[in-house]
Ligand binder design. Structure first.
Ligand SMILES: *[C@@H]1O[C@H](CO)[C@@H](O)[C@H](O)[C@H]1NC(C)=O
Length: 430
């Protein structure tokens, strides 16, 4: 800024010198007008000096002075406009720096909060971005009663959580029977009505029911599938705030091994996929062809089948909680939206003008270990080699006849009934 002040001062000094010179020029101009009626200068190299020369010296005034004086004037004007351009450039650069500083400030501060200190990049092949975000400080005051339950139920600060109301009682029975058979101790049913509370208690299943004054419980009792899905994200938030990692589970899932033995725990969200092979499950380059574009007819697109919002492991981090909030907010605003679509959109869409995307780390689960019912009924049951693999879970998400298919999965994988899966069609008959 000090440099700028000096230059301004210099400019005004030169300015007054030029003003005096111009007055003299005007007085003597008439003589030149007589001698050179078509103008004194032929042309100028810079646009700005040309403009000034024209208006002050060439047309208006008929000055009469030595050619040397005019030359001096002219070079003064040229050097002045050069200075002016330089000044303008400096102002431009300064305001650009200011803009960048303002833009970067917020982000940089947040980064310092997360990372603690700046670090140098190591040699190629040794650098790795942060995907395992730090967990939040547990806050038992959020829900002391739930905090107490989780102290008893969770193992290593993680547990399976499922929401259930009376509509799904028979599936719930298959669900916890297999969890018990596998020997998983850390699971909890969030009962959405009193009947399920009693049903769980009478079966020795850990159960939790929210306080009725929480307001959203009426949704739980009367709501359809999708309304309950929205509630799910609000309830999950408390588990995370209490500092627990949750393996969120739908009820239409058969447990065949302990999933906690197969998690990576390196991401905010580790989810099973609706994909059915390597490409659809893990992502691929889908080339879109538009022949009218000729040379550029091929547009490359990134595709991945959605994450299954009915089975995912979520760590108690800030991005995870932000995800739950974003999904819950949108589901409460857009009543007809499908929670799984919203979950994926919030999770994957990048920031763009007018929108700040989520910055969460993601991992897709192995689709043979965490198997959806499309993979089982379309591929695995027909493949002698794949049939021998034992999944960790099977999720009957692709079929409406859930209970019979769940039972068939148990027959096939647990009781060794080799043809148990055969009676079912690949897809549903509607
Ligand atoms: C799918 O990916 C796995 C692991 O990368 C690989 O072993 C397997 O051969 C792939 N399968 C197909 C059909 O490409």
């Amino acid at each position: 800024m000090a440099g700028l002040g000096r230059k301004e001062k210099g400019q005004s000094l030169r300015g007054s010198r030029i003003a005096i010179a111009i007055v003299i020029g005007v007085l003597l101009g008439c003589v030149f007008a007589f001698l050179y009626p078509h103008g004194f200068f032929s042309s100028d190299s810079t646009a700005s000096s040309h403009r000034i020369a024209k208006s002050n010296l060439q047309i208006d005034s008929p000055p009469c002075e030595s050619a040397e004086r005019i030359k001096m004037l002219k070079s003064d004007i040229v050097s002045l406009s050069e200075k002016n351009a330089e000044l303008k450039k400096q102002v431009r650069e300064l305001s650009e720096q200011l803009r960048l500083a303002e833009q970067g400030q917020d982000h940089a501060q947040k980064q310092v909060l997360v990372l603690g200190k700046q670090q140098k990049a190591g040699p190629p092949g040794t650098v790795k971005g942060l995907r395992t975000n730090p967990t939040v400080v547990p806050d038992p005051s959020v829900n002391p009663r739930l905090a107490k339950i989780l102290e008893d139920v969770a193992v290593g600060r993680e547990l399976i959580v499922a929401l259930a109301n009376s509509n799904v009682q028979s599936m719930l029975e298959v669900w916890f029977t297999n969890i018990k058979r596998v020997g998983i101790p850390n699971y909890l049913v969030v009962a959405l009505d009193d009947h399920i509370v009693e049903f769980c208690k009478s079966n020795n299943v850990p159960v939790y029911k929210r306080d009725p004054d929480k307001g959203i419980d009426s949704v739980a009792r009367t709501g359809g599938n999708h309304a309950v899905s929205g509630l799910k994200f609000r309830i999950l938030r408390e588990f995370l705030q209490l500092g627990y990692s949750v393996l969120l589970s739908d009820i239409d899932i058969v447990y065949l091994q302990n999933p906690f033995d197969y998690l990576y725990r390196d991401s905010d969200v580790e989810s099973m996929t609706d994909g059915h092979n390597n490409m659809t499950a893990y992502g691929y380059n889908d080339v879109f062809d538009e022949p009218a574009m000729g040379w550029a007819r091929y547009a490359h697109t990134m595709r991945i089948w959605v994450y299954n919002s009915g089975f995912f492991y979520i760590r108690p981090t800030i991005p995870s909680i932000e995800l739950l909030d974003r999904v819950a907010d949108r589901l409460s605003q857009q009543r007809n939206s499908w929670d799984q679509a919203v979950f994926n959109e919030e999770f994957f869409f990048p920031s763009h003008p007018g929108y700040d995307g989520l910055h969460a780390a993601k991992r897709t689960m192995d689709f043979y270990l965490f198997m959806n019912s499309k993979v089982l009924f379309k591929t695995v049951r027909k493949d002698a080699r794949l049939k021998k693999l034992k999944p960790v879970i099977v999720h009957v998400n692709y079929h409406p006849d859930k209970l019979p298919r769940m039972k068939a999965v148990v027959e096939f994988y647990v009781n060794g009934k080799h043809d148990a899966l055969e009676p079912f069609p690949e897809g549903s008959d509607w």
